[in-house]
Write a protein that binds this ligand. Structure first.
Ligand code: SIN
Ligand code: CO
Length: 376
């Protein structure tokens, strides 16, 4: 569980969580020494042309902001001015194994909080404006240099009619110039502005989403609606004459209040909701189904090579409840350790397990394999 010390400078993950996480910004010079990025500007532009990749181009000419949504083609890039724009590509970890490896260095933060790795490319002057994110974010500099300014300001007025949320009155309180390998951690709702100072500035944003209370509450109530079947009918054998036929009586309100107070849930409803909710793939995620294979054939493969989660897969567990890509996954008690390892490390070497365990594992993961959620 412990990350290499350099990633957090001189801090251990324990100190970082105690003093900085969700509390205050932290600049780490040379968090990843010699880091020059995981992909070239051309490779990033190539990804931005694909159907299942979420990408945006933001232009900031003078006070004029424009946003174009991908997928893009070559002409979109040739039409761009020399300076003052950014290309932002989401979920690079779904497409690049090296990006998934980079994220594993952040395993000191639970996967349940991870959103994605976004990579941006900008020529000189490129920026998405001063803004707030509802994310904890680690801004890791790849190639080039970016100047970051931050402000804990309370003036949240936005520029009217801009195509993205940009703060109207940003007043920088601190600033740093980040070079390749430097990293800035920002807690949610810290105003920030990053401007490219180079021709090829690439920034890697490792984002940990802080879900809104409203989102969690609405999500849970929706989940509850699908998982409870309250019995009975509204009863009013004690009905008395009302003065106003159109009035919803106090009696009726009280009866329904009692009915609602009978709705109950426990921790297992909550963990069931969280497991499904937090592993639900984003709408643009596509899995490649695996060609049909029998459970026996699958078990034989497990005896030969490790199995991994697909890059797009999200797997979480709570005690013995497992979830993968928005669905619960039934796991026999004797496989709980192995399945926890698969979720933690995103891969599992089952070659040294007994034949019986390999067969049980094949049976447990067969549907996930066919769906393309796991692969060899
Ligand atoms: C960027 O990489 O240009 C923007 C990242 C951010 O501000 O969250
Ligand atoms: Co931001």
């Amino acid at each position: 569980m412990s990350a290499p010390l350099t990633l957090l400078g001189q801090l251990s993950p324990v100190q970082f969580l105690a003093d900085y996480w969700q509390k205050k910004p932290l600049l780490i010079r040379q968090a990843i020494p010699n880091f020059n990025g995981l992909l070239t500007p051309n490779e990033l532009a190539g990804l931005a042309c694909e159907e299942d990749v979420q990408a945006r181009i933001v232009q900031n000419q003078g006070k004029q902001w424009t946003v174009q949504d991908g997928p893009f083609d070559e002409d979109d890039f040739t039409a761009l001015p020399e300076n003052d724009w950014s290309l932002l590509v989401q979920s690079i970890n779904h497409h690049l194994p090296e990006a998934a490896d980079l994220l594993s260095q952040f395993n000191f933060i639970p996967h349940a909080r991870l959103d994605d790795l976004m990579v941006s490319y900008a020529p000189k002057g490129g920026s998405v404006g001063a803004h707030l994110d509802s994310y904890d974010v680690f801004l890791l500099q790849g190639s080039g240099k970016r100047r970051w300014q931050i402000s804990p300001q309370s003036d949240l007025t936005l520029i009217e009619d801009a195509p993205l949320k940009i703060l109207k009155h940003f007043e920088a309180e601190q600033e740093w110039l980040l070079a390749p390998g430097d990293m800035l951690y920002l807690p949610p709702n810290m105003a920030h502005l990053g401007i490219s100072e180079d021709q090829d500035c690439m920034t890697y944003s490792i984002g940990f989403r802080a879900p809104k209370t409203q989102e969690l509450v609405h999500g849970f109530l929706e989940h509850l609606q699908d998982s409870i079947q309250p019995a009975g009918l509204y009863e009013d054998a004690d009905l008395s004459i009302q003065i106003h036929a159109a009035e919803i009586s106090g009696d009726m309100v009280t009866k329904v209040e009692k009915m609602l107070q009978n709705i109950q849930w426990d921790k297992s409803n909550i963990s069931d909701f969280l497991g499904r909710y937090l592993t639900e793939p984003k709408s643009d995620v596509i899995f490649e189904p695996t060609p049909k294979i029998t459970i026996d054939g699958f078990a034989k493969q497990l005896a030969k090579k490790p199995i991994s989660l697909a890059l797009q897969s999200q797997m979480l567990f709570h005690q013995q409840q497992f979830f993968i890509n928005g669905e619960p996954l039934a796991v026999p008690t004797r496989l709980v350790d192995q399945m926890q390892a698969l979720a933690d490390h995103r891969s599992l070497n089952a070659t040294s397990l007994t034949l019986e365990q390999q067969a049980a594992l094949a049976s447990t993961l067969h549907t996930a394999l066919i769906a393309g959620y796991v692969s060899f």
